[in-house]
Design a protein around this ligand. Sequence first.
Ligand SMILES: C[S@@+](CC[C@H](N)C(=O)[O-])C[C@H]1O[C@@H](n2cnc3c(N)ncnc32)[C@H](O)[C@@H]1O
Length: 241
Amino acid sequence: MDFGFRRVSPEEKTRLVGGVFERVAERYDVMNDLMSLGSHRLFKRMTVEMSGVRPGMRVLDLAGGTGDLSALFARAVGETGSVVLTDINPAMMRVGRDRLIDQGLAQVKFCQAAAEALPFADGSFDCVVIGFGLRNFTDKEAALRELARVLTPGGVLLVLEFSKPENPLLESAYAVFQSAWPGLGRLIVGDADSYQYLVESIRVHPPQRALKLMMQDAGFGDVEYHNLVGGIAAIHRGVKP
Ligand SMILES: C[S@@+](CC[C@H](N)C(=O)[O-])C[C@H]1O[C@@H](n2cnc3c(N)ncnc32)[C@H](O)[C@@H]1O
């Protein structure tokens, strides 16, 4: 398994990723705004748009963390629908639960679980969304197969994730920008290593076409992707046949 540029055992990856999010949880949201200059909010709104969810639908926000996507989806599905935020990390979920309660969105349910072994029956959801989570999973293929299982036929998977800029000039400029993240992490969170992991994990994550193939291999149909800011991030969408 890759943990940034290092090769580690599956157990080690789960432990190391757990440590990263344990340490950054309290400052996760402010760091996201700083590192993305606020653009992650727009990316998340676009993900909801691409989902096509309607009032009454059942949504799983996998690796939901501090709850940004759960909040947006809760508003989209309304009181007749449901949103379950699932994450492996209790510290991230604690911050998320407090934030959603503060926003008056107490109807979002929380479930601590690993993406690779979800405690939900087959066909439980109309939509599954993963925001900046897939990169961190211990076994991405197993997680994608689980998502195909818990979606109802016709259900939609959306993967919002960092990706590969298509223009080499943009890629170089972005690399310079990213090199500031560990220093920012040291300043704001007191932890440069977690943000060094972030930079490395983005570099080793499968680019657009490779992720599309992984989704197809896991059984998704009609897989397409949309680049955001020239491919710095991308939204992949697939349908459970
Ligand atoms: C970068 S955060 C994304 C949080 C949120 N979705 C967002 O977009 O702001 C990644 C999340 O993935 C979670 N995570 C990592 N490995 C996981 C796994 N195997 N199963 C479920 N969640 C996992 C982490 O605990 C963390 O909360």
